[in-house]
Design a protein around this ligand. Structure first.
Ligand SMILES: [Zn+2]
Length: 413
């Protein structure tokens, strides 16, 4: 434990000074010494299934683990997020939040037994994002062992509903309702697998729709000439595919699922299409969203103008099934600390944009990044998911998140 009370410098040198300190060395030595415990906790948490909208059992277990780490005010909120606080010295209520999501994409009944071969762990959800949850526990132990007293409070936040149709519901709820929400000075999300040098400082926004074209339907021969929802849907698909979209900020429009019709000799009464719109820019996403609505309406109009509507016209029902805001963390203390921490392990920082829990904070103007939990992995969202916990590659990666957390929360070194 360090006795020196030099206040950590801020600015350019903050992370470098921290990384060279006895305190940080003690913290990373602790990560190394407790690595098997980290693996055991990762395995234990992975084997508690956390399907979409059913994270409660894992949340309860995580609450117990945070309590065992000595956090204060550990609680589960009404939506199922787990929070706990490691108190800082300042008592001014400023919080640095570190988060990982509880949910996986796998439905109830999926076999989540972890198969371990050496340092390779395989199981659905083991990497994305159970490893984030276990990494935070390892960080808390390392901070305690190093006697790290921070200026700001550290808030641990394990969220529900990050994946797919969860649509960031846990993080949205936190920033809408939590009593801590106004105190968060920065948010560090751990998620992966991503390379250890990746700093996600942009939040890709998305809008997802299910578009259903309905018509009268009829006999393919006897009723030929009536409007056909399949033609309206097909026209919309082709026109959406013909949109010219910017590469920078990257903006995309994908038609992804189509359903409809029930017989080769019947004009369908219903055809539905799923559409995924994304952009790294909120303005571009709004513009694309407007174009999307115009194209869908226009394809109905053209079909109604082209064929007979005597038995009924084409009507369209557009249902928003996903809505993630786009955002960006401006260059500042958080991004600088992250870049310096990545450089300190000999890698070149790469800034990127993805859609993660951090999006929510970014749109509120709160500095937020998503960092790797360190270490390699693959097969995310598949039954073949795996993650590698070899300490040789894992420990340097883990030190990045720990350094950023400590640098942002401020500590005497
Ligand atoms: Zn994830």
């Amino acid at each position: 434990m360090t006795q020196s009370m030099t206040l950590m410098p801020t600015g350019e040198n903050a992370v470098r000074a921290l990384l060279n300190s006895a305190l940080f060395n003690l913290a990373t030595d602790t990560l190394a010494a407790t690595h098997e415990r980290f693996i055991a906790e990762l395995v234990g948490l992975t084997e508690i299934a956390a399907p979409p909208f059913k994270e409660a059992q894992r949340a309860k277990a995580y609450r117990g683990l945070l309590e065992a780490c000595g956090l204060q005010d550990v609680e589960i909120d009404v939506i199922g997020n787990v929070t706990g606080i490691r108190r800082g010295n300042d008592g001014c209520g400023r919080l640095i939040a570190i988060s990982a999501h509880l949910d996986t994409v796998f439905p109830e009944g999926t076999d989540v037994t972890v198969r371990r071969e050496g340092y390779r762990l395989a199981a659905p959800g083991v990497g994305d994002n159970t490893r984030g949850l276990a990494t935070i526990l390892a960080f808390l132990r390392a901070l305690d062992a190093a006697g790290a007293a921070t200026r700001d409070d550290i808030l641990v936040l394990a969220t529900v509903g990050e994946e797919g149709e969860g649509d960031l519901r846990g993080m949205r709820h936190f920033f809408a309702e939590s009593r801590h929400r106004d105190c968060v000075a920065a948010l560090i999300c751990l998620d992966g697998p991503t390379p250890a040098n990746m700093i996600v400082s942009g939040g890709t926004g998305s809008k997802r729709y299910k578009v259903t074209f309905g018509g009268p339907g009829g006999h393919s021969f006897a009723d030929h000439g009536i409007v056909n929802p399949m033609i309206a849907a097909a026209r919309a698909v082709v026109d959406l595919g013909a949109l010219t979209l910017p590469d920078d900020p990257k903006t995309t429009c994908s038609t992804t699922v189509i359903n409809g019709g029930n017989s080769v000799n019947a004009i369908p009464a219903q055809v539905s299409v799923m559409v995924d719109l994304r952009s790294n820019s909120a303005d571009q996403l709004a513009e694309l969203d407007e174009r999307f609505h115009e194209i869908v309406q226009q394809s109905c109009t053209i079909e109604n103008d082209t064929r007979s509507i005597q038995k009924g016209a084409i009507v369209v029902d557009i249902v928003l099934i996903g809505d993630r805001p786009a955002g960006q963390t401006a260059d500042g203390e958080l991004t600088r600390n992250a870049a310096n921490a990545v450089e300190a392990i000999g890698l070149a920082p790469v800034f990127g944009s993805f859609s993660t829990d951090a999006n929510v904070a970014m749109t509120l103007g709160i500095p937020a990044v998503t960092l790797s939990w360190g270490g390699e992995g693959g097969g995310a969202h598949s039954l073949a998911e795996w993650t590698d916990v070899d300490p040789a590659t894992t420990l340097p990666g883990m030190s990045v998140g720990l350094a950023v957390l400590l640098a942002c929360a401020g500590t005497a070194i």
